[in-house]
Design a binder for this molecule. Structure first.
Ligand code: B3K
Ligand code: ZN
Length: 859
């Protein structure tokens, strides 16, 4: 419900103000009596004072207090807006038991935080601060306690399955012996069925595995289950981490604000990241399911057994767990391909964030609403920092440090300082300067210059680096950071002239000399994207072509192609020139090189995204025109298609995968390259092959690739209708239908398409997946969203305002569509400002969206 009272200026919370909670919580007992509009929650909490007498402050929001007592003596307490204070004077100075009964209303909880109902099912989301919407409690991650939970079914009989964290005791109680913070609490109740399996840990303990879904979805859990078992084994072999309860459960829910949640022993997932069948899920969906199942499972150690002292330390669990899931996916599939995909994501989301008004350090120093800090910077850059640490100290020392971390901090709520200290202790390295990566926001720019002095018998080559990190909100001056650059030197025929090495930049300006070289080398810098930086070097097209053809580091080979494509596109944009033949030949060569992994070839052939180009232009202080970018990119796609026409058909045929669909990486890679070929062919054949593929496809990957190709050339009308007729009963597939129509609409049609779809009977705007598929897709169509009329901005803002009243978290997150507004021309900036101010001025706007829009506007 919208708060009618005048908005209060929300208060910022600062890292420097941290103080420990004055009580230890020895045990939490919870009893639930479920009912949609009036669920009763009884809590029994054992507190032990840590020191001198102090007030007991408990957090609580949207609760009706029925009764409260200390050691069975009733208390007369009045709740304020955010909880309750029991004065020190009413507390004994020895351990005591707090009991309380509160009433909550899950059916009215549209924010999807706390205990809420999703299509008749009860479920919870407590991270970061949702537990306080369930009962009065010190809702902070450094308060860790064992929990016992009893759930009484809804008297309507609609909740036969009752789940919570930990092990079932047999008498209807869930016992979680591992002390945990309240944000990991979970409860699920509803008509659910389980797909069951088991796992034997390396020390021989049997763990029951259950994936709970709605009746009818049991057939779509096999891949998630398999990914779970592989994750459990991988954490044992790669990190020495074993699972620690008798049961591990996953529940799939339809209405969820994010991807998934790592509640102890009871992960809750957006159904999109659990349910898959060949007919309904794409290769990309399978890959995401594998990665997210792994991510949430890995949190059992990095996040749950060892958690965060306060929310400023969020990257301690998130950066590390992302890094671990990336390693896992690389091991399961291809490291080269995974790294390229991860860097593309990093640039698309994190570099974009770092370059705009929302830039913040991996460990922020203040926030108003913590939910606004589950960002690409905390997650993805947080993972990059760990990758750099591993590159600097080496894999063995990294493992040694991790072992020490688990030994030393098991059961604790920790800080980034604790994390860094274990690596200092394990290796004897001083990581003081390295730790700047956690404190300084912004993407470092590293400019490279080089000198060659030829001498008889071997020349000397000097590389000089200059690093600088641009100013970001609240941080004007930055110190030089430790930048590890994996480096090779190539001969013109592609030979490696030296063994690869890691150059460690620590100064603002720094040179490295290589002697006795037989020829002037071509440097291959930042291999594997060993540091998350923007590297600039005035290299020649010829150098890039050589690296694109020969670099032994697959990431840099990809990167050389990417730089070539961007340079060509930017030149086409500025002077209307055509794509040079040498570039088209190079693409052709990679496309047809059968020694290369098809998945790699698909990535190497893909043109940079429109947003990537806009960002690259902005990095060079140019003003991007999203419509011109779209038109030029399409022109290049056509030129590539024309140039490669003779090989596209054979390539398309060669990449067909015979037999029934299997999701593994090799087959997926072939389908990816086939899909790239189809997209190009569609520019030549008017969509004939795509139509045939659409009609014949027996799996969603191929059906969707055909559908996308048709939409991409403006021939999607019939397929749109056919797709709807076939899939209208499947929510997850329908999300794809909504999303593709908007994201692939021609610039001039995107806003009207999006608007029309918001009027569609299946547009359930209260479902975050559907909202993102429709409105989020508009923001993913830059030329449409940034239509100079400003209509895209207005439509988007209208819907943000509407959603904010129900679901602040998803609204605030989606407002980041506007974070790039300063890149654009005056007209667009003015129109965006008007919309941002309209949102900001909405009476009763949530704290979440107020903070985000305020930060975006202020820059
Ligand atoms: N830890 C959760 C994210 C919670 C987001 C709260 N707004 C999922 C994850 O990162 O694994
Ligand atoms: Zn996580």
């Amino acid at each position: 419900m919208r708060d009618a009272s005048p908005q209060q200026t929300p208060q910022a919370i600062h890292l420097r103000d941290y103080t420990p909670f004055p009580f230890h919580v020895a045990h939490v007992g919870l009893t639930f009596w479920l009912a949609p509009q009036a669920t009763r929650v009884r809590s029994e909490i054992r507190f032990e004072p840590k020191g001198p007498k102090s007030d007991l402050r408990l957090d609580g929001e949207a609760l009706k207090l029925v009764s409260a007592a200390i050691d069975d003596v009733p208390l007369d307490l009045a709740l304020d807006d955010t909880g309750v204070t029991v004065p020190a004077a009413s507390l004994p100075d020895r351990p005591f038991t707090w009991t309380a009964e509160v009433e909550i209303n899950p059916s009215e909880n549209t924010a999807l935080e706390g205990l809420y109902m999703s299509k008749g099912m009860y479920c919870t989301q407590c991270e970061a601060e949702g537990f306080r919407k369930i009962t009065l409690y010190p809702d902070r991650p450094d308060v860790m306690a064992p929990f016992d939970v009893t759930i009484h079914a809804d008297p309507s009989g609609s909740t036969p399955v009752l789940l919570s964290n930990g092990n079932p005791t047999g008498d209807g109680t869930w016992h979680d012996p591992w002390p945990k913070p309240a944000y990991l609490f979970a409860l699920v109740a509803g008509e659910l069925v389980a797909v069951e399996d088991s796992f034997t840990t390396r020390s021989g303990r049997d763990v029951a595995l259950k994936i709970w879904v709605r009746p009818g979805d049991e057939g779509k859990c096999a891949y998630a289950m398999d990914a779970l078992k592989r994750s459990m084994r991988w954490d044992e072999t790669e990190y020495g981490r074993e699972y620690d309860l008798d049961i591990f459960q996953i529940v799939a829910v339809d209405d969820f604000n994010m991807g998934a949640m790592e509640n102890k022993g009871l992960n809750i997932f957006n159904s999109k990241y659990v349910l898959a069948s060949p007919e309904t899920a794409t290769d990309r969906d399978y890959e995401l399911i594998e990665g997210i199942i792994a991510h949430e499972y890995f949190h059992n150690w990095t996040g749950n057994r060892i958690t965060c002292r306060d929310w400023f330390q969020l990257c301690l669990k998130e950066g590390l767990t992302v890094f671990r899931d990336q390693q896992f996916s690389g091991d399961m599939r291809s490291h080269a391909v995974k790294r390229i995909e991860d860097v593309l994501q990093l640039r698309a989301r994190q570099f974009r964030e770092d370059a705009g008004p929302l830039a913040h350090p991996v460990r922020p120093e203040s926030y108003i609403e913590i939910n606004n800090f589950y960002t690409a910077t905390v997650y993805e850059k947080g993972a990059e920092v760990i990758g750099m640490l591993r590159t600097l100290i080496g894999p063995e020392a990294y493992r040694k440090g991790c072992d020490l971390y688990f030994d030393r901090h098991d059961g604790q709520a920790c800080t980034i300082e604790d994390w860094i200290k274990v690596f200092e202790d394990a290796t004897g390295t001083d990581l003081n300067q390295f730790a700047l990566w956690y404190r300084q926001a912004g993407t470092p720019r590293v400019d490279v210059s080089e000198a060659w002095s030829a001498k008889e018998g071997g020349g000397t080559y000097t590389l000089t680096f200059r690093q600088e990190t641009p100013r970001t909100p609240g941080q004007a001056d930055k110190d030089p950071q430790v930048i590890p650059l994996r480096t090779g030197l190539l001969a013109r025929d592609g030979r490696e002239l030296i063994p690869e090495q890691v150059l460690e930049l620590t100064e603002r300006t720094q040179s490295f000399r290589f002697t006795d070289l037989p020829e002037r080398p071509i440097p291959s810098l930042n291999r594997g994207f060993s540091a998350p930086i923007v590297l600039t070097r005035a290299d020649s097209t010829e150098d890039r072509l050589i690296r694109f053809a020969h670099d032994s580091d697959p990431f840099n080979r990809f990167e050389a192609g990417r730089t070539l494509s961007k340079t060509v596109l930017i030149k086409m944009l500025t002077d209307g020139s055509e794509a040079p033949a040498a570039y088209l030949d190079a693409l052709h060569a990679v496309a047809t090189d059968d020694t290369l992994d098809p998945a790699f070839r698909a990535l190497a052939l893909a043109l940079p995204s429109e947003d990537d180009l806009a960002q690259t232009l902005a990095e060079g202080d140019q003003t991007p025109d999203p419509v011109a970018i779209h038109t030029t990119r399409r022109a290049l796609l056509r030129a590539v298609a024309a140039h490669m026409e003779p090989v596209l058909d054979p390539l398309y045929d060669a990449m067909a995968v015979p037999g029934p669909y299997t999701p593994e990486a090799q087959a997926a890679g072939k389908r990816a390259l086939r899909s790239t070929a189809l997209r190009l062919l569609s520019e030549r054949d008017g969509g004939a092959r795509a139509k045939a593929q659409f009609a014949a496809a027996d799996n969603m990957t191929e059906q969707l690739s055909a559908f996308s190709s048709l939409l991409g050339i403006g021939q999607g009308a019939a397929a749109t209708d056919a797709f709807y007729a076939q899939w209208s009963a499947d929510r997850l597939v329908m999300d794809k239908w909504f999303s593709l129509q908007v994201s692939l609409a021609a610039p001039e049609d995107a806003v009207t398409t999006c608007k029309r779809l918001t009027e569609h009977a299946d547009f359930d705007w209260k479902n975050p997946n559907r909202f993102r598929s429709t409105l989020g897709a508009l923001a993913m169509n830059p030329a449409g969203f940034h239509d100079p009329s400003g209509d895209g901005y207005t439509l988007f803002a209208d819907w943000l305002i509407r959603l904010d009243a129900l679901n602040p978290q998803t609204t605030a997150r989606m407002s980041t569509a506007f974070e790039t507004w300063r890149r654009y021309d005056e007209n667009r900036q003015t129109r965006i400002r008007i919309e941002l101010e309209r949102i900001a001025g909405t009476p009763g706007l949530s704290r979440d969206t107020t903070e985000m829009v305020g930060r975006i506007l202020r820059a």
